[in-house]
Design a protein around this ligand. Sequence first.
Ligand code: TLP
Length: 348
Amino acid sequence: MNPIDLRSDTVTVPTPAMREAMARAAVGDDVFGEDPTVRDLEELSARRLGKEAALFLPSGTMGNLVAVLAHCGRGDEVILGDQSHTFLSEAGGVAALGGVHPRPIPNARDGTLSLAELESAVRPDDPHYPISRLICLENTHNLCGGVPLAPTYVDEVGDLAGRFGMGLHIDGARIFHASIALGVPAERLAAAADSITFCISKGLCAPVGSVLCGTGDFIAHARRIRKQLGGGMRQAGIIAAAGIVALDTMVDRLAEDHRRASMLAGLIGGLPGVSLDWNPPPTNMVYFHLQPELGFDAKEFADRMQARGVRLLAEGPRRVRMVLHYWIGDAEVVQAAKATGESLTGPS
Ligand code: TLP
């Protein structure tokens, strides 16, 4: 039996409809701007996010990096959450490759950055300091539990950035999860942002890629930076085709992943030693802590689960993450909950 893979929604393989679209995709050399399918995906993405233009990129990591480099010069500063993916899990790319100084401030439990702390992190004009150029938000916020940021909050951060002449970028790797959970169009969630990235390769099931959206000028600049980083792809329509299917057909169904995350949380929340971070979970991620009296850590728990056919991620010494996605149905949720109960109490 195949393992039930709850490590991430990045493990999703393309659907038959995607494979069909990929096989039939009209392609050309996208570095010459001649791939019609990439252009279609970029136009569709810009429309969906309410921006003028968009750029197809190989990954979310490169999307965020290109965005930060397009907003900031060497020695400029980006203010971002201390739990953000860009700060913690993108190999320090903004500093290593862009000379951009990251200024982390604490993420609240709900993924927000306090407006007061944001404001006090903005540097005065003084030659001792880097120039504060950009604020980054993450929506949904992964490490905070897949929490969506409300549009009014994002607007407030956009206002603050504008008051200080700074830009606002959103890492919207899972912006459509936020949109579905809040019942608010993605375009509305991106309204206050100068730029936003979203991933087609996570819950939307496409095999590869992310899209950066912004003004026409910003995207033209970003296109040059993508080339500098080696991210210009030739007949990329083959993969962009799956992204079009993703945007057309896979967004509304994310509600099913959210429902199953609640179902899983409901089944495991009462088990001895389990302390859920959010109940119900806000979107498609179930994060929980293992209480110390269990006597084993998250790594040992992951091994026990794997022995029972369920894969998950240990996100810290006692923290565990399970992610719901297209290839996980109700039966798999029940199976995963059963394996959780056995792993907590049974033999290793
Ligand atoms: N996140 C991955 C891992 O890196 C943890 C996951 O499994 O959740 N922004 C956010 C909010 C992300 O969660 C991720 C991937 C990225 C950016 C990077 O996307 P890729 O993997 O396409 O570079």
